[in-house]
Design a protein. Structure first.
Length: 544
C-alpha cells in the first residue's frame, strides 16, 4: 500500500509541474509583464518537475545505474560548456578588445579621435544614405560607437525612405550626414573608390560643437606661395584647413598696414622679395599684442625680418640642409625628418617621416622671456650637415665651413604678453623754470592709443622651408599634419583637435619580369612535384 501511495504521489507531481509552468508562461505572454505572479507559477512548476525527476529516479533505481551516472556527467559537462560560452559572450559585449596587427594600424582610431568621441556630452548620429553597406565603412562606424554611448549611426535606403531624403536634402547616393540636435553637416559622399575617412568624420564632429570659422591670413605681394591651383601652390593645405574650421584668405599689408582684428594666424609662406619696413612693423606689433605668426623662409631668400628674428632669438643659417642617406629619389637636398621635439604639434608622430626639399637650418639664441622648442631635427653627422657651397655637385663635409648635424629645421616659440602703459598726451612740465618760454612751443603730436592685447601669449613658428606644404608634397607622409597641426596650435583655440593622417596600407606587391615569372612557373609546376616524387621514392626504397 505504501508503494502504491508513493507511486500515485509521483504521478500527481508530474502533472502539477507542467501545469504550473504553462500557467506562468501564459500569464506572462498575455499580460506582457513578467511580474511576481507569472514568476511564482514558473518557479513552482520547475521545482515540481525537478522533484518528480529525482523521486522517480530513486524509485526505479536510475541513480544507481552506470548509464545514469554517465549521462549525468555528460549533461553536467555540456551545461558547464554552455554556461562558459554564455559568460564569454556576455563579457565580450560588455568589455570589447581588438588587436590590430596591421603595420599602419588601419583598423585603430587615432588618439585624437578617441579623445573627441569619448568626451561627447550630447548625442551624435551619423546617417549614411546608401543602398549597400560597405564592410570597411561599417567597421569604422562601429569602432566610433564603441568609444561613447552618445555616438549612433544608421544606414538609410534612399528608395525605401523618401521622407528622410527630403528632410536631409540628399541629392546623391552615398551622402553621409552627421547631426546633433538641430545642427547638421555633410561629412562626405561615398563612392566605390572614396570610402568613409576617419579624418573627415572626426573633423565634422568637432565642428558640430566648435566655434565659428577662424581666419588664417596668408601674406601676399612678395613672391609668396600662391593659394589657388598653380605651380608650387598651397591649395591642398587651404582645403585641409577648411575641414578644421579654418578659412584661408590672402593678406596684403601694403593696403592697410595692420593685421585684421579677426585674424587667428598669419602665415608668411616662402617670400622671395623683402617686405617693406611698415609691413615688418605691422607683423611685429601683431605679435606684441598676442598674435600668432608662422614664418616659412626658404634658402637663399632674405625677407628682411631681422627685427623679429632678433627679438625672438632666431637666426636663419644661409647653408643648405643635406641628408646624404635620403633614399626617396629627390637627392640629398631633400632631408627626411623622423626626430621631433616634445611639443603638442608633434606629440603623436613617433618616428614617422616628413620631407623638406631645399631647407635651411635654424639656430636658436636664448632670449629672456621666450620659450623655444625645436620641432624638426635632421639625422646627426655624418649623415646630415649644412652645406655652404651649394654649387658643388660633389658633396663632402668641409670642416670650418659646413655645419654638422643634427640640424634644426623648425622651431616653436612662445612669449608672454606684457601690457604696455598708455602714453600720456600731456607734455611733462619743465623742472628748471616755471616761467613761460619766450619762444612758442610746437604742438605735441597726438598719441596713438595703445593696442589692446588679444591674448596673454604670443606664438611664433619658424620653418626653414615652405616647399613641404605645397601641392604634391603636402600629402606625403606627415607633411600635411605638420602644417595643419601648426595652424591649430597657433590659433590658441581650446579643444582644437590636431590633424589625423589618413592611414594607407603598405604596397607589398612583388613586381617581377617575364623571365622571373617563367622561372616561378617552372619551379612550382615541375621542380617541386619532381622533388616530392624523388623524396617518396627514396623513402619507399629505404623501407623496402
Amino acid at each position: 500500500m505504501k508503494i502504491i501511495a508513493n507511486k500515485n504521489i509521483t504521478k500527481y507531481l508530474f502533472w502539477f509541474g507542467p501545469f504550473f509552468l504553462t500557467t506562468g508562461i501564459t500569464a506572462g505572454l498575455v499580460s506582457g509583464s513578467w511580474g511576481t505572479t507569472p514568476l511564482i507559477f514558473i518557479l513552482a512548476g520547475l521545482a515540481l518537475i525537478i522533484a518528480w525527476f529525482f523521486m522517480a529516479g530513486h524509485q526505479q533505481g536510475w541513480w544507481n545505474s552506470r548509464s545514469t551516472q554517465a549521462g549525468t556527467n555528460a549533461i553536467v559537462a555540456t551545461t558547464a560548456v554552455l554556461v562558459i560560452l554564455g559568460l564569454i559572450n556576455f563579457l565580450s559585449t560588455r568589455y570589447h578588445y581588438r588587436a590590430d596587427l596591421t603595420e599602419t594600424k588601419l583598423f585603430t582610431l587615432a588618439p585624437q579621435t578617441k579623445e573627441i568621441v569619448s568626451g561627447l556630452k550630447e548625442p551624435v548620429k551619423v546617417s549614411v544614405f546608401d543602398t549597400s553597406q560597405n564592410p570597411f565603412d561599417r567597421d569604422l562606424l562601429e569602432n566610433y560607437q564603441r568609444q561613447s554611448p552618445n555616438f549612433k549611426f544608421e544606414y538609410i535606403d534612399p528608395i525605401a525612405k523618401p521622407q528622410l531624403v527630403e528632410r536631409f536634402g540628399v541629392k546623391n547616393n552615398g551622402e553621409v550626414y552627421i547631426e546633433s540636435g538641430d545642427n547638421r553637416k555633410l561629412v562626405q559622399v561615398l563612392t566605390p573608390s572614396d570610402r568613409l575617412l576617419e579624418a573627415k568624420l572626426t573633423s565634422r564632429i568637432q565642428q558640430l560643437f566648435g566655434s565659428e570659422v577662424s581666419k588664417v591670413y596668408f601674406l601676399q605681394g612678395h613672391g609668396e606661395r600662391p593659394l589657388s591651383e598653380a605651380q608650387g601652390a598651397m591649395s591642398q593645405a587651404i582645403s585641409k584647413l577648411s575641414d578644421k574650421n579654418f578659412t584661408g584668405e590672402p593678406l596684403n599689408l601694403t593696403e592697410r598696414l595692420s593685421v585684421p582684428k579677426d585674424t587667428a594666424v598669419v602665415v608668411v609662406a616662402g617670400p622671395k622679395r623683402p617686405l617693406f619696413d611698415a609691413e615688418v612693423v605691422a607683423l611685429k606689433n601683431y605679435l606684441d599684442i598676442g598674435g600668432n605668426v608662422m614664418l616659412m623662409i626658404d634658402p637663399n631668400t632674405d625677407p628682411k625680418l631681422d627685427t623679429i628674428y632678433k627679438e625672438w632669438g632666431i637666426k636663419l643659417d644661409n647653408r643648405l640642409a643635406i641628408d646624404i642617406k635620403s633614399g626617396i629619389g629627390l637627392g640629398p637636398a631633400a632631408p627626411i625628418v623622423n626626430d621631433y621635439g616634445q611639443h603638442p604639434i608633434t606629440k603623436d608622430f613617433g618616428k614617422g617621416n616628413s620631407l623638406y626639399r631645399l631647407a635651411r637650418p635654424i639656430e636658436i639664441i636664448p632670449v629672456s622671456g621666450v620659450n623655444a622648442t625645436p620641432l624638426l631635427k635632421t639625422k646627426p653627422y655624418p649623415d646630415s650637415w649644412g652645406e655652404s657651397d651649394q654649387t658643388n655637385e660633389n658633396l663632402k663635409f668641409d670642416e670650418g665651413k659646413d655645419l654638422k648635424g643634427p640640424l634644426t629645421l623648425g622651431v616653436a616659440l612662445t612669449r608672454k604678453v606684457t601690457p604696455k602703459p598708455p602714453a600720456s598726451s600731456t607734455p611733462p612740465a619743465s623742472s628748471t623754470s616755471l616761467k613761460p618760454s619766450a619762444t612758442p612751443t610746437p604742438p605735441t603730436p597726438p598719441t596713438l592709443p595703445t593696442p589692446t592685447p588679444i591674448s596673454n601669449e604670443s606664438r611664433l613658428l619658424v620653418f626653414g622651408n615652405s616647399d613641404f606644404a605645397t601641392d604634391g608634397l603636402f600629402q606625403q607622409q606627415l607633411n600635411g599634419d605638420i602644417f595643419t597641426n601648426s595652424v591649430s596650435w597657433l590659433s590658441q583655440q581650446e579643444g582644437q583637435i590636431l590633424s589625423i593622417s589618413p592611414k594607407e596600407s603598405k604596397n607589398r606587391r612583388i613586381i617581377i619580369n617575364p623571365t622571373q615569372a617563367n622561372l616561378l612557373a617552372i619551379s612550382s609546376l615541375f621542380l617541386l612535384p619532381l622533388l616530392g616524387f624523388v623524396a617518396a621514392a627514396v623513402i619507399w626504397w629505404q623501407r623496402r
